[in-house]
Ligand binder design. Structure first.
Ligand code: SF4
Length: 218
């Protein structure tokens, strides 16, 4: 498996935000979002370390951190992702989360243990909306999160449309997060108030607040 970064930090997003997490970032992505902040990890010549699921699991075990976040790039492009998930669940107390961009069918992960998924819905601003695998929004459950990264009013309207169409707020966690520097978080709150969006959470990417927004490995 092609690993470009591995480190311990706090989860910046989703239901475990603020908790310690060990991150495994995989190389490569099948999308090219306008606002991508990890483009370096998707470049063909980006340095990576080839690691087996066993080697990754041993690293995770050594950190003694129980939240494991598999991210990218797009982690579901890694052939052995299901093997890795099952190996990680052999570590007592571990919880595995996969951050996926929404374009790959989450049901294709071949693992006995189901990880929790944070599934993006790429908004119009991303320029990748047409690539979304819409069955993902039918297959998310209580342990999963759908995340809308929004940068404009059009994005907010689209997020609301998808939340309503798939009844997401009753079936999973739903977060809206601003494209950094593109929309004021206060504008998202105003939209939530105006549209009576109970059960939806605004989430600010903690890493961008705590550290330099461009810093890697945090
Ligand atoms: S899906 Fe994520 S990693 Fe891929 S281009 Fe979009 S923002 Fe970047």
């Amino acid at each position: 498996m092609k690993v470009v970064e591995k480190f311990v930090s706090i989860n910046g997003e989703s239901t475990r935000a603020g908790e310690l997490a060990v991150f495994i970032r995989f190389k490569g992505c099948n999308l090219n979002c306008t606002y991508c902040d990890t483009k370096w990890a998707n470049e063909p010549d980006c340095d990576f370390t080839e690691m087996t699921p066993e080697e990754i699991a041993r690293y995770v075990e050594e950190t003694k951190v129980k939240n494991v976040t598999l991210t990218g790039g797009e982690p579901l492009l890694q052939n052995e992702i299901g093997i890795l998930v099952d190996r990680l669940y052999e570590i007592p107390g571990v919880r595995v989360e996969i951050e996926t961009n929404g374009s790959v069918d989450i049901m294709t992960v071949q693992s006995v243990n189901r990880p929790s998924f944070t599934v993006d819905y790429k908004s119009p601003t991303s320029s990748c909306e047409s690539r979304m695998c819409m069955t993902n929004y039918e297959n998310v459950g209580k342990e999963d999160t759908v995340k809308f990264v929004v940068g404009s009013n059009e994005d907010l309207d689209k997020a609301k449309e998808i939340i309503d169409r798939y009844g997401l707020k009753d079936r999973c966690n739903v977060y809206m997060s601003p494209v950094f520097g593109m929309i004021e978080p206060a504008d998202i709150v105003d939209y939530m108030i105006d549209n009576n969006m109970n059960g939806i959470r605004l989430q600010i990417q903690m890493h961008k607040v705590i550290w330099n927004p461009d810093q890697r490995g945090v």
